[in-house]
Design a protein around this ligand. Structure first.
Ligand code: GUN
Length: 286
């Protein structure tokens, strides 16, 4: 059996088209959604992500700007900028691209962002709301994965879901969303003993471990839904996920490709969160 492919690129485009009317309506009422992305340093991958985030906003009529700092900037300067943006009525979303240079206290920087502008969903208040099953902002990558389940009519209730990866950006919020949706959730990592024992039981398998082709076909339950969150660059320059796609394609029931799977959905859900932030602000102003 060859798996059905979940096309993240097509779903992302469909959703973004749908956002345009919401952006127009907000703009007409004087609440044009605005996102600021802060980039510290010149990591090439982060530069690409930040450019795509800003361009994604502009393409659907939102306001967006990038604020860049040299890697040697002191934390106080970035905190001052965040305070200024927190107070700016034209800015609805603030995102600090991670990772930050070593001399930064990442948690302190993320906590400095006003919770109602935290479109990444990384502020402790928003993480707590998600854990309690009452989310305000859902972290963009796992939010995108949930939209893919919705599109693929994947029923999560009572299913065995295994997440490989325990990061604050993907693994943990993904696990919380699956728990909230009624799945039976196991969170593994690259050092889990007998990982295959867990993954072979999974009806839903999410790989967010950051290791190229880590999940092979023999680790997958026949018919499972396999979601690949990884974006790894191989020595030959090609992109590949955490899943050995060719190997798993013949075993899985549904699978996401890399590129063109989860990647385009992440920025799409960032746009969704920023529009949502602007809609909440507009509702308060009415
Ligand atoms: N670095 C990698 N993924 C992300 C993300 O979703 N948000 C931010 N802010 N930084 C990241």
């Amino acid at each position: 059996m060859t798996a059905q492919i979940i096309d993240g690129k097509a779903l992302a485009e469909e959703l973004r088209q749908g956002f345009k009317a919401r952006v127009e309506a907000l703009t007409a009422k004087g609440h044009k959604p605005g996102l600021v992305v802060i980039l510290v340093g010149a990591d090439p991958a982060s530069e690409v992500y930040v450019r795509n985030k800003v361009n994604g906003c502009l393409a659907i009529g939102m306001h967006s700007e990038k604020v860049t700092y040299d890697a040697t900037v002191d934390q106080a300067t970035v905190l001052d900028k965040i305070a200024e943006l927190n107070a700016d009525p034209n800015i609805h979303g603030i995102l600090v691209q991670l990772p930050l240079p070593k001399h930064f206290d990442e948690e302190k920087v993320l906590e400095a962002i006003a919770a109602d502008k935290d479109v990444d969903g990384f502020h402790a208040e928003n993480v707590g709301a998600l854990a309690q099953g009452n989310p305000r902002f859902i972290p963009c990558t796992p939010y995108g994965v949930m939209k893919m389940f919705e599109k693929g009519n994947v029923d999560l209730t009572g299913k065995e879901a295994v997440v490989i990866g325990r990061s604050n950006i993907v693994g943990k919020p993904m696990a919380l969303l699956l728990i909230n949706a009624g799945a039976t959730v196991t969170v593994c990592n690259s050092r889990t003993q007998d990982l295959k024992f867990h993954t072979r039981r999974a009806d839903i398998l999410v790989a967010a471990v950051g290791k190229p082709k880590f999940v092979t076909g023999d680790m997958v339950k026949p018919g499972a839904v396999v979601i690949d969150v990884g974006i790894n660059r191989l020595p030959d320059g090609k992109l590949c996920g955490d899943v050995d796609y060719a190997d798993c394609l013949e075993v899985a029931g549904q699978i996401t490709p890399v590129p063109g799977g989860v990647g385009p959905m992440t920025i799409t859900m960032l746009l969704a969160n920023t529009i949502e932030a602007a809609e909440r602000k507009a509702a308060l102003a009415d």
